[in-house]
Write a protein that binds this ligand. Sequence first.
Ligand code: UDX
Length: 455
Amino acid sequence: MAHVIVIPYPAQGHVIPLIELGQRLANEGVRVTFVNTEVNHKLVTSTWTEQESFKGLMNMVSIPDGLDSWEDRSEVGKLTESIMKTMPGKLEELIEMINNEGTHKVTCVIADGCAAWAIRVAKKTGTKSAIFWPSSVASLAPALSITKLIDYGIIDNNGLPIKDQTIVVSQTMPPIKPSNLPWAFVGDMETTKAVFKISVDVAEAATMTEWVTCNSANDLEPDAFSIYSKIVPIGPLLASNRLADQTGHFWQEDFTCLKWLDQNPVCSVIYIAFGSFTLFDQRQFEELALGLELSNKPFLWVVRPGMTKESTVSYPDGFIERTRARGRIVSWAPQQKVLAHPSVACFLSHCGWNSTLEGVINGVPFLCWPYSSDQFSNQTYICDIWKNGLGFDKDETGYITREEIKGKLEHLVSDKTFRGNAMDLKGKALVNVEEGGSSYKNLSNFIDWIKIKMP
Ligand code: UDX
């Protein structure tokens, strides 16, 4: 029997889609061992409910990331360095331990593209391996183009932009901009170095594996898949997950907001969520609150504890009281279920790829508010290529004002073209994962390959 190790990069936006992949494989009779870091394993299992569908299907295990449990894992540079030092050895030990037990030897390692170090471990242990990229092809393109970007003098050997030249790869693909390179978006050099190292690693690993799969679809990124032809679309996985129950959350979902949504008219509610690690400064956070108030529409807003740079989240004076009748604030929502709810009119989002796919497969139009990494290219897909949403304009001080928020919300909701385009895109995306669709066929072939014994 095939036995796959699935290993995500240790962040919420990676663990969720990798679990979706693991679930799909387990449904097809593949034995799956899912490897979280110890800290994330605790978070994920502490939010389990009795109905967690993957229990029993996947074996959930953990290895240390090398940091002490109390250390801050939001420092990407420090975390990445520690991961690279500690996790390869620990993964190798885990594989050896499983193999020595003898009954179900590991036959394949599937590594998140941001955990490409695991591909080297697979090679070392004589196990076949594949990459799963949990975001768009467009977001992998800069990593795969590093050599060219250096040769053309656009970045230096450390990934830092030298000249501000935009590269248009195709009209239906977000351009590669030096200012928005996944590793160049951050202020501190440690993070830039770490993300650049991850990008160099995935580019190298992509040449070492037979399969580079991606949580996207031909109809979402047609040109990208034909240009980067080694990358194989198998998504959107969440749309093909027959158990239809998203798992792997680091925080407890607040299901009471679904009942609240039931009480609101169809297509009336603005859903606002910024993924798992976007940080707001206080002024911008207040401006968002006041924009929602000014819009005078029902809203469901996810405000994670610690979402602002201040130690506690604080709302404008009287905001909570004034909006209580039509606003609901939760600290973590069952987002896929929220987006599938008929009351939701639009999604004000940071455009993380998972959020993007979740909005797309539910035909929900977007208001885009990207902060970092691939979120800018996802915004370009939404606003300029798919045309199922709008972006914001900042004022001269670099802030998005309450009036801008109100204006864009009104524009998005009143102009039915956006909803129409979103529904068309939903149809296209779903065709890919239905029986006979290209992602469906690719995933079937991938699973067949997983099941084949190595010679
Ligand atoms: C990160 C990066 O920021 C993103 O750009 C990249 O594409 C993936 O990794 P994150 O910022 O957390 O992810 O955003 P996103 O990709 O949207 O993933 C967030 C996940 O958390 C989604 O699956 C979403 O459904 C879930 N979520 C979010 C909830 O379940 N409840 C919430 O309240 C908020």
